[in-house]
Design a protein around this ligand. Structure first.
Ligand code: FMN
Length: 240
């Protein structure tokens, strides 16, 4: 077939300087695409954030696989500006819980969150108690790398750090859900304490924390309604 492109990618000059490989892409039949799309949509629909974890242990290999999946996320200039820091150490988890509860106590009880925010949170019933941070077998803290710190001591800029780390976070949550575990996207802000408690370098800033495990049997979740397709998707067929 004749190429619809006037400007090939990569150009011969580019390819003479940098390696390229053919993209191994399998084109699926239309009905198989639909089946997979529905399957993924339905599976995603069943994901919930939980706030009561079981203490049952979770093998490290599962966490590693979720991190590997998340780390395939696209990132600005392919910088992969993230570090996933995991712990299952009781002392570390207890210290994280204590520090998170202190920040959340100020948030919830000393008006660091405004009235609007508290109203939005009301149906979730969240408060400053974070026992689950000790009960869940794993806590994984996702750090964004504000800049790249090279081993020779030099630094380089990273690009679209928040966008990239956010996409990796979404893929991590999805991987955890698809393997039959559960998590909570948790942001006991400000989260600077996590850098100190976990001994992370200056270029890393906590982005979000994930307690991970199995749900405590019979755990309950808010009966939330998700927006319908009409509310979140618009097709534009003429210029605005
Ligand atoms: C960026 C972000 C921060 C969040 N922070 C918290 C948090 O600190 N504590 C909490 O209980 N839930 C937190 N959540 C979870 C949301 O409350 C939850 O995703 C939302 O209520 C929808 O529920 P679902 O995840 O079960 O669909 C956070 C979610 C996101 C995306």
């Amino acid at each position: 077939m004749e190429s619809p492109y006037e400007h090939p990618y990569p150009s011969p000059e580019l390819e003479s300087e940098h390696p390229f490989i053919e993209y191994a892409f399998e084109r699926l039949a239309g009905d198989e695409m639909l089946r997979r799309a529905r399957d993924f949509r339905d599976g995603s629909e069943r994901r919930r954030s939980i706030r009561l974890f079981s203490p049952d242990p979770v093998p490290r290999q599962l966490i590693e696989l979720a991190v590997e999946a998340a780390s395939t996320a696209p990132s600005g200039a392919h910088k992969q500006p993230w570090t996933f820091v995991g712990t299952r150490d009781p002392e570390v988890k207890a210290a994280i819980r204590a520090a998170a509860e202190e920040e959340e106590r100020v948030n919830y009880l000393e008006n660091r969150m405004n009235a609007d925010w508290l109203e939005a949170l009301e149906p979730l019933g969240t408060d400053h108690h974070k026992e689950f941070l000790e009960v869940a077998p794993w806590i994984v803290v996702l750090f964004e790398q504000r800049f790249e710190q090279r081993s020779d001591g030099t630094t380089r800029r990273n690009y679209y750090v928040k966008e990239s780390t956010g996409i990796a976070a979404g893929m991590f949550i999805t991987a955890i859900h698809r393997m039959g575990l559960a998590t909570l996207t948790h942001t006991p802000s400000p989260m600077g304490f996590l850098r100190n408690l976990l001994g992370r370098p200056d270029n890393e800033r906590p982005f979000v924390m994930f307690p991970i495990g199995f749900p405590l049997e019979g755990t309950r979740v808010p009966d939330l309604r998700r927006k319908s397709l009409d509310e979140v998707f618009v097709e534009v067929d003429r210029l605005g």
